[in-house]
Ligand binder design. Structure first.
Ligand code: ATP
Ligand code: MG
Length: 427
């Protein structure tokens, strides 16, 4: 016999038992984004490879070693999207959504990176995020951060810290890069191989190193915040003031540079210590040069992306209760005549009470086995229809989650009874 086919390493099924928390998270996100006036943009999973090499940057981890890139049957180089900002910018330029206007956009969907799978790090993972276009000032930076802050509040997540930094303008960053390179060259003998390589290709990323052996060198390095241009400094001061006004605490992390090339000015991350080394649950920043870099007219942009698996892990870690999808009622029907009446009755109830969740027993079975299924379904009540009930035009309503007695309810009165029982929680 051939071996059973497995899913690809680092790519997981979200099983029926796990999906209620995902549905809840996604529903909460959708409502939140809409509440702030954002509209969804859905882009394809596959894009031209050059979209990512041009935007994320040739010498980033993502483009160098994490992308799923292949030639399609026409010989075109395609990549599975590793993130969605580049796709949003591409779609925005292509559809004339960016020039001379303001946009507030959100997205959700799977992203793909060939990384070493571990807790909180996968090869297919979900991101949700927002992108804003055409708004240059720190007011929108504050809004974007407020959206993320409100998500944690709404979900009841605790112990997530907002870390904030400013990368300054591109010119200021280039000047700082020189200062940093000359400092790092003085300490080159103590750097690890990865950092030596980054020193040549993307020196700011050395600051991103998690290697404890070089932590001291990084700590003593000249700081970007001391090399900001005046405008970026003003932008950053105003952002900090607005965050303070809105009651959103933050800490400044001068070593926060983000992995992608395209950021300028504001960068931020939401970090928790409760998920080991995969502690960043949301990351974002400003990318004023990106639209032009991808062939559009110069348009300021800003956004964030959050890793949904990590948020689900954190919800579990903090034992936060999320709504179940258990049915209200499991319909137990004994015999064909009871099925005839029962299926009709439940369709009528679904018409009358669209919020009611009813699962019908299927494929018959003894009373005992039907009651077992009823219990396993997680339903609050069983409605039982047998010969007696058919003759008397009533049903038995049996609570399944407490010791209260079962009662008889006339079929005619069932809707009103359920309305008070289920929707106001009384029996
Ligand atoms: P990390 O430093 O953890 O690799 P990153 O800087 O590569 O993150 P971004 O590209 O900024 O991550 O993506 C935004 C968010 O998406 C991350 O903060 C994280 O929550 C999530 N994320 C990124 N890569 C993965 C992955 N491989 N698996 C699960 N979630 C991920
Ligand atoms: Mg990464």
């Amino acid at each position: 016999m051939s071996k059973v086919i497995q899913s690809i390493r680092g790519m997981h099924d979200i099983l029926p038992d796990q999906s209620p928390v995902w549905n809840y998270l996604e529903g909460t996100l959708r409502e939140l984004f809409i509440q702030y006036g954002y509209k969804e943009l859905r882009t394809p999973v596959l894009e031209s490879t050059k979209l990512f090499s041009r935007s994320i940057g040739e010498v980033t981890d993502i483009v160098e070693k994490e992308m799923y890139t292949f030639e399609d049957r026409n010989g075109d180089s395609l990549s599975m999207r590793p993130e969605c900002t580049a796709s949003c910018v591409r779609a925005g330029i292509q559809n004339g959504l960016l020039y001379n206007q303001q946009q507030r956009i959100w997205y959700i969907g799977p992203m793909f990176r060939h990384e070493r799978p571990q807790k909180g790090r996968y090869r297919q993972f979900y991101q949700a995020g927002i992108e804003t276009f055409g708004i240059p000032g720190p007011d929108i930076d504050a809004e974007v951060i407020a959206v993320s802050a409100r998500l944690w509040k709404r979900l009841g997540l605790k112990n997530v810290e907002l870390q904030l930094n400013s990368l300054g303008s591109n010119e200021a960053r280039n000047k700082y890069r020189e200062v940093l390179v000359s400092y790092l060259k003085d300490h080159e003998d103590k750097l690890d191989e990865e950092s030596k390589r980054r020193l040549l290709t993307n020196p700011l990323r050395v600051l991103d190193s998690k290697n404890p052996d070089i932590a001291d060198i990084i700590k003593a390095a000249p700081q970007l915040l001391d090399h900001l241009d005046a405008e970026s400094e003003e932008h950053f001061e105003r952002l900090k003031l607005l965050l303070t006004e809105m009651g959103i605490p933050f800490v400044i992390n001068t070593r926060l540079v983000r992995g992608l090339d395209y950021y300028c000015r504001t960068v931020f991350e939401w970090v928790t210590t409760e998920l080991g080394t995969q502690g960043t649950i949301c990351a974002g920043g400003r990318y004023d040069g990106l639209v032009e870099q991808l062939g559009g007219k110069a348009t300021p942009g800003l956004g964030f992306a959050m890793g949904l698996e990590r948020i689900v892990l954190l919800l579990e870690e903090q034992a936060i209760e999320t709504p179940t999808q258990s049915p209200d009622i499991y319909m137990v029907m004994q015999g064909e005549a009871a099925e005839n009446t029962g299926l009709k009755l439940t369709e009528t109830l679904r018409d009358e009470l669209p919020g009611l969740r009813i699962v019908n027993n299927a494929a018959g079975g003894s009373f005992k086995s039907q009651m077992k299924r009823a219990d396993k379904s997680g339903a609050k009540f069983a409605i039982i229809l047998g010969d007696n009930e058919l003759t008397e035009n009533n049903v038995i309503l049996k609570p399944l989650r407490n010791a209260e007695p079962q009662i008889q309810v006339a079929q005619e009165a069932l809707k009103d009874h359920l309305q008070t029982t289920i929707f106001t929680g009384q029996t």
